[in-house]
Design a protein around this ligand. Sequence first.
Ligand code: PGA
Length: 249
Amino acid sequence: MARKYIMAGNWKMYKTIAEAKEFISQIIPLVEKSSHKVYLAVPFTAIQSAVKKAEGSSVVIGAQNMNDASEGAFTGEIAAQMLKDAGAQFVILGHSERRAIFGEDDGYINKKVKKALSDGLQPILCIGETLEQREAGETNDVLKKQLQGSLEGVDAAAMSNIVVAYEPVWAIGTGKTATPEMAQEAHAYIRGCIAKMWDAKVAKALIIQYGGSVKPANVKELMSQDDIDGALVGGAALDQESFAAIVNF
Ligand code: PGA
């Protein structure tokens, strides 16, 4: 079966509830004919209103992070069940900003991945190398280590509910995109690792998104690569027109 593209927006720490509602009302008619899945990872405060606005449409609402515990004395944190309660269906985990700014490592991300799966949230697991690592020729080693560390102990059946996003750190928010060939090479490598960690069937079914300065002008070429099955979009997903153009590439 062909893999269905997932075009996801990651709003990061942008948009109030009112702005989120307005965006969603405007994006629905622009993407309703798309054959791709449309995801939006919104701030925690906007999840519930976004879900209500998106009801009956093809737009799926999710979150950008969560804690690995069910509940507890973790000031400022949010649990999977709280996200579910607000109507979120997926959660971005291991984004490079979480790794770099908040010190999240693969072991911790692995706990979150397992918790999201057991609580019924679809994880979008982000991996990717820094510029230094790429220049040192370490890209493949970094990707393999992140996959092995973040997905340890996840069984083959659960893998069908995971999305992997390849986001080279040097391409995030910088306007520098990996060339389609570079991205394809990394995606093919990731799929190969997944085949070794599980099997060819799991690898073939896995949705692997590309992220890092995806724009209306470069999306088509990126998406035409064999192993690229969607996009995780930051900056260009903050504007309805540009996100719609990306979804409808
Ligand atoms: P960008 O962000 O599209 O602004 O580069 C991508 C991301 O961080 O997911």
